[in-house]
Design a protein around this ligand. Structure first.
Ligand code: SAH
Ligand code: SF4
Length: 395
């Protein structure tokens, strides 16, 4: 067909005009944005809702990437879509598989930047740890990502694209024409926003991406299977409850402002008390379950019995579980992991106070895929060991 030949479909003639400025990526558009984009490309308004539904199912339910394969759309309409849009994902540059089955993907996004994505298989679930930013503006002193300056926020398409890439790699899209769930438990059943970056500093894109992931006609992960981890961006916490409604984890890590100021410097802006007040509201606003308090175990820094007791006193009244994370080392890190016996004692005090206190088993350590070890090797904006020490007062 000539490029300017009109398209006739459902008795409506759509003038065929090619877009200026390249094709729009459909991945990452919310339903509303997709509708607008389809209308702008010439889809009659009264058809737009149906077209959104059809495309949504192809892209997010069956994982199809080529308009030509969308067999319930008339051929001329597929051609129109192909003229205006693309279905583009970030690219997997490399994949490493740990001896424990953990998979780490290095993913390249536009501009040549890279982020890491980790898939953690467990007996009853499979969790994908996704990134929200390249690098991080925050400088938590125990975190490898924190030594890498923020390069940029990921787009919604790049965030949901990580989930889609993992489903490709796990070969987990339902066969065209079939529904979800018939094949038994899902390999990719849970999402944690615990990769690189502070998700609440990229709120709109994270929200749009999670809305897409939660949409029942597509990837269809329930909001209770998505956990967003924040270092404590207090003003965004209520917004997260209202606009996303997923589960919340908070990087707590210390029981006094003095120590938390050093470990999680955002504490200087919003201290422990302010943070806890925001968290008290969260389950009510989001209708969600318990909040996960993440607590990295750093030898002689935050791991005493007194810390454990202060922790349970501080969070009294908040439905919570406490996730103890043995510190994962990275080259030049200014801390050591607490001894296993110390971690167990700490866990015991927390448990006896009535809180679940799982100790997170480090996964994928042999491929540097464990919590806080992520950092794209090609982004070498690394701070020196001396700089980290100076900022944290650990010199
Ligand atoms: N920026 C968000 C999410 C990413 S970090 C946040 O800070 O919450 C995910 C979790 O891993 C956080 O609890 C973080 O504090 C923790 N973490 C970071 N570095 C770590 C390390 N080296 N060892 C263990 N946990 C670490
Ligand atoms: Fe950023 Fe989270 Fe690492 Fe802190 S722990 S530097 S907020 S990624």
């Amino acid at each position: 067909m000539a490029a300017d030949a009109p398209i006739t479909q459902d008795l409506v003639t759509i003038p065929r005009k090619l877009p200026e400025g390249g094709k729009v990526n459909l991945v990452g558009l919310t339903r509303d944005a997709l509708r607008e984009a389809l209308i702008a490309a010439g889809t009659p308004e009264k058809q737009a809702k149906m077209r959104v539904n059809q495309l949504w199912q192809w892209v997010y339910h069956w994982g199809v990437r080529d308009f030509a394969d969308m067999t319930n759309l008339a051929k001329p309409y597929r051609a129109l879509l192909d003229d205006h849009f693309q279905i583009a994902l970030p690219e997997i540059v490399s994949k490493q598989v740990s001896t424990d089955g953990t998979r780490k993907y290095l993913v390249r996004i536009a501009g040549g930047h890279e982020v890491e994505v980790v898939y953690i298989p467990e007996t009853d679930r499979g969790t994908l740890c996704i990134s929200s930013q390249v690098g991080c503006t925050l400088t938590c002193s125990f975190c490898h990502t924190g030594t890498q300056k923020l390069v940029r926020n990921l787009t919604a398409g790049e965030i949901v694209g990580q989930i889609m890439l993992a489903r490709d790699d796990l070969d987990e899209w339902p066969a065209v024409g079939t529904g979800t769930g018939d094949a038994g438990p899902r390999l990719l059943s849970n999402i944690v926003l615990m990769g690189m970056g502070e998700p609440l500093y990229n709120f709109d894109n994270v929200r749009d991406a999670m809305k897409i992931a939660m949409d029942g006609e597509g990837i269809a992960l329930s909001r209770r299977r998505i956990t967003l981890s924040t270092s404590g961006v207090v003003p965004e916490i209520a917004k997260c409850a209202e606009e996303i409604g997923c589960l919340m984890a908070v990087s707590f890590h210390a029981t006094t402002d003095e120590v938390r100021d050093k470990l999680v410097p955002i504490n200087k802006r919003w201290n422990i008390e302010t943070l806890l007040n925001a968290l008290r509201e969260y389950p009510r606003l989001s209708n969600s379950e318990r909040i996960t308090f993440e607590y990295v175990m750093l030898k002689d820094v935050n791991d005493t019995d007194a810390d454990a007791r202060r922790l349970v006193t501080l969070i009294k009244g908040i439905p919570a579980k406490i996730n103890l994370i043995p510190f994962n080392e990275w080259p030049g890190a200014p801390y050591e992991r607490s001894d296993p016996a110390r971690i167990r004692k700490f866990a015991d005090i927390v448990y006896k106070a009535g809180y679940a206190s799982p100790i997170r088993t480090p996964r994928g350590e042999d491929i540097m895929a464990a919590c806080g070890q992520l950092k794209s090797a090609t982004e070498r904006a690394r701070k020196s060991r001396a700089q980290i020490a100076a900022e944290t007062g650990t010199a």
